[in-house]
Design a protein. Structure first.
Length: 161
């Protein structure tokens, strides 16, 4: 019995398509985050710290998605860093990301001491979320508040130049 090559191609196409649209949430340390930013000096980075249980964080996530989509032709990288517990990676974070169909890169912070990573991110950070960092080369601006889309867009435009 001969197999149908068309069926194999259709199956392969659906497997590849499904993989292309599924969001992968990776673990990241502060050192890995800093290295990532260091290698992209010509890009503007917006790093947003959020959690699946944080209502203001969830409210502003679509603004980061919209900004990345509208400015995809520019050297902009929006990184969404969840501060949920590592044990919640599959049960909460991945599920949330898929349900919300987030397109930006999503990471789960892989650090054990909150006070240490908070101080390393920005000494002025109280630890509350949402919080974001705007980074372009050696310039950094830390913002510990929720954004409307207009505020985020203004901050990005002021910062990228």
């Amino acid at each position: 019995m001969r197999s149908n090559p068309f069926k194999k191609y259709v199956f392969l196409f659906f497997c590849i398509s499904a993989g292309a649209y599924s969001q992968n949430v990776k673990l990241i340390t502060i050192d890995q985050l800093n290295e990532r930013i260091k290698t992209g000096k010509d890009s503007t980075y917006i790093v947003n710290f959020w959690a699946t249980w944080c209502a203001p964080c969830i409210k502003e996530l679509p603004h980061f998605e919209r900004l990345q989509a509208e400015y995809k032709s520019e050297k902009l990288a929006v990184l969404l860093i969840s501060v949920d517990f590592k044990s919640k990676l599959s049960s909460a974070v991945v599920t949330f990301v898929k349900r919300k169909e987030l397109k930006n890169e999503v990471f789960l912070l892989n650090e054990s001491s909150p006070q240490e990573y908070i101080d390393r991110i920005d000494p002025s950070w109280s630890g509350s979320i949402p919080a974001s960092i705007f980074i372009k080369g050696d310039k950094r601006k830390f913002v510990e508040s929720e954004f409307t889309y207009e505020q985020l867009l203004t901050e990005y435009k002021n910062y990228k130049s």
